[in-house]
Write a protein that binds this ligand. Structure first.
Ligand code: NAP
Length: 365
C-alpha cells in the first residue's frame, strides 16, 4: 500500500487523483487531504477514503496560515505527496515534502517555475523522485525511460492551442472570462484554463521542462497539436523521435505518477487509432499574438528572479481577469510590462523567491 498525502484534493487534478485511488483500492491509502473553499467536498472525500479528521486541512485563511497547514500535511508520514495545488503556494509544501524524505508527484507547475533550481537540487541531493503529472511532462518522462544519459536534441512540447487558436490580437480585444474558460479539450481549474487561452500555460511548461529534464529552452520546441493525442516527445541525436500518445485524460499521467514504476490497469476509454490516426496535425505557435509564451522564453533566458516575477504577475492578473476587473489583452500586457521593468536578481534562496513573489503581488494590488 502506498500512503498518499493529496494537497488540493478538491480541484480538477485532486479529484481525478482520487478517481485513480478509487480504481485501485488495494494499492493506495489516502492519509491526508487539503482544500480551500470546498470543505464540504473534502470532508465527503475523507469519509469515503477513511482519512482522519485531523489530517483534513482547510486552507481558507491568510497565505501564511494556509502554507503552514500545507507544510504540516506535506510532512506527515507517507510514501508520496501529490501536489495538485494551484499557484505559487505549492512551492513551500513541495520543498518541505522533499526535506522530509518524501517523493512528490507534481501537478503544481508554478513550484518549478518559481523555484526550479532549488527544488531540483534538493530532490537530487536527497535522491528523491519528482514525478510529473502534467501530461506533457509525463510524456517526456516516459520517452526518456530507458534513454537516460542519451543526448537530447530537442523536446517537442505539444499544445492544443487553446480556445483562441488561429486568432489575432485584434480578434481578442473583447474576450470575456466566460469565453476564455471554454477550453476545447481539457476540463481544468480556472487559472490553468485562462493560462491555456493565453498560452502562458505552455510558457510555464517550457520552464517546467527545462528544470525537470535539464534541457535549455532553445531546445524545447512548442508544437500546436489541436487533437491533444500526442502528449509530447523527445528527439535524440540520431534524429529519432519518441512520442507518447493517449486520449486527453489526466487520469493517465496521474496513474503513472501514483503507480510508478508500475503501470496501472485502466478501465477507461482507449485511444482509437483508426479514429484519430489520419488526423494528427502539428504547427508552429504564433509567438507574436500569444506574447506570454514568448515572455516565458524571455524570462527563463534571463533566469534568477525573472520567472518568479512573471509567475506572480500572471497569477495576480489572471485572478483580476477572472473577476472581470481587467481586460484579456490588458492583463497580458501588464504581465509583460511587470517583467520588463524588473531588475533580475540571481543566486536566490527559497526565502528570496518567496519575498520576490510577495513584492510582485503587492506592486500589482
Ligand atoms: N487541471 C488539469 O487538467 C491540469 C493539468 C496539468 C497541470 N495542472 C496543474 O495542476 C495544478 C492544479 O490545477 P487544477 O486545475 O487542479 O486547479 P484547481 O481545480 O483550481 O484546484 C486547486 C486546488 O487547490 C486548492 N486551493 C485553492 N486555493 C488555495 C489556497 N489559497 N490555499 C490552499 N489550497 C488552495 C483548491 O481548493 P478548493 O477546491 O477547496 O478551492 C483545490 O483543491 C496547477 O498548477 C495546474 O497548472 C492541472
Amino acid at each position: 500500500m502506498k500512503r498518499l498525502v493529496i494537497l488540493g484534493s478538491t480541484g480538477s487534478i485532486g479529484t481525478q487523483t482520487l478517481d485513480v485511488v478509487r480504481q485501485n483500492p488495494d494499492r493506495f491509502k489516502v492519509v491526508a487531504l487539503s482544500c480551500a473553499r470546498r470543505e464540504k467536498e473534502m470532508l465527503e472525500q475523507a469519509e469515503e477514503f477513511g482519512v482522519p479528521r485531523e489530517h483534513c486541512y482547510t486552507c481558507n485563511g491568510t497565505y501564511e496560515e494556509n502554507v503552514k497547514k500545507l507544510i504540516e500535511a506535506a510532512t506527515l508520514d507517507c510514501d508520496l505527496v501529490v501536489n495538485s495545488l494551484m499557484g505559487m503556494r505549492g512551492l513551500e509544501p513541495t520543498y518541505h515534502a522533499l526535506m522530509s524524505g518524501h517523493d512528490v508527484a507534481l501537478a503544481n507547475k508554478e513550484t518549478l517555475v518559481a523555484g526550479g533550481s532549488i527544488i531540483m537540487k534538493l530532490a537530487r541531493d536527497k535522491g528523491l523522485k519528482l514525478l510529473p503529472i502534467d501530461s506533457e511532462h509525463s510524456a517526456i518522462f516516459q520517452c526518456l525511460e530507458g534513454n537516460q544519459g542519451r543526448v537530447i536534441k530537442k523536446i517537442l512540447l505539444t499544445c492544443s492551442g487553446g480556445p483562441f487558436r488561429g486568432k489575432k490580437r485584434e480578434d481578442m480585444a473583447e474576450v470575456t472570462a466566460a469565453q476564455a474558460l471554454k477550453h476545447p479539450k481539457w476540463n481544468m481549474g480556472p487559472k490553468i484554463t485562462i493560462d491555456s487561452a493565453t498560452l502562458m500555460n505552455k510558457g510555464l511548461e517550457v520552464i517546467e521542462a527545462k528544470w525537470l529534464f535539464d534541457v535549455e529552452p532553445d531546445r524545447i520546441q512548442v508544437l500546436i497539436h489541436p487533437q491533444s493525442i500526442v502528449h509530447s516527445g523527445v528527439e535524440f541525436m540520431d534524429n529519432s523521435i519518441l512520442c507518447q500518445m493517449g486520449i486527453p485524460d489526466m487520469r493517465i499521467p496521474i496513474s503513472l505518477a501514483l503507480g510508478y514504476p508500475d503501470r496501472l490497469e485502466s478501465p477507461d476509454e482507449e485511444l482509437d487509432m483508426f479514429g484519430v490516426g489520419s488526423n494528427l496535425t502539428f504547427a508552429k505557435p504564433d509567438m507574436e499574438t500569444f506574447k506570454l509564451l514568448s515572455l516565458a522564453y524571455f524570462a527563463i533566458g534571463e533566469g534568477g528572479s525573472c520567472p518568479v516575477v512573471m509567475n506572480a504577475a500572471n497569477e495576480v492578473l489572471v485572478e483580476k481577469f477572472l473577476r472581470d476587473q481587467i481586460g484579456f489583452l490588458e492583463f497580458q500586457d501588464k504581465v509583460c510590462e511587470t517583467v520588463m521593468k524588473h531588475k533580475v536578481l540571481t543566486g536566490l534562496s527559497l526565502e528570496d523567491v518567496i519575498r520576490i513573489d510577495r513584492e510582485t503581488r503587492e506592486s500589482l494590488k
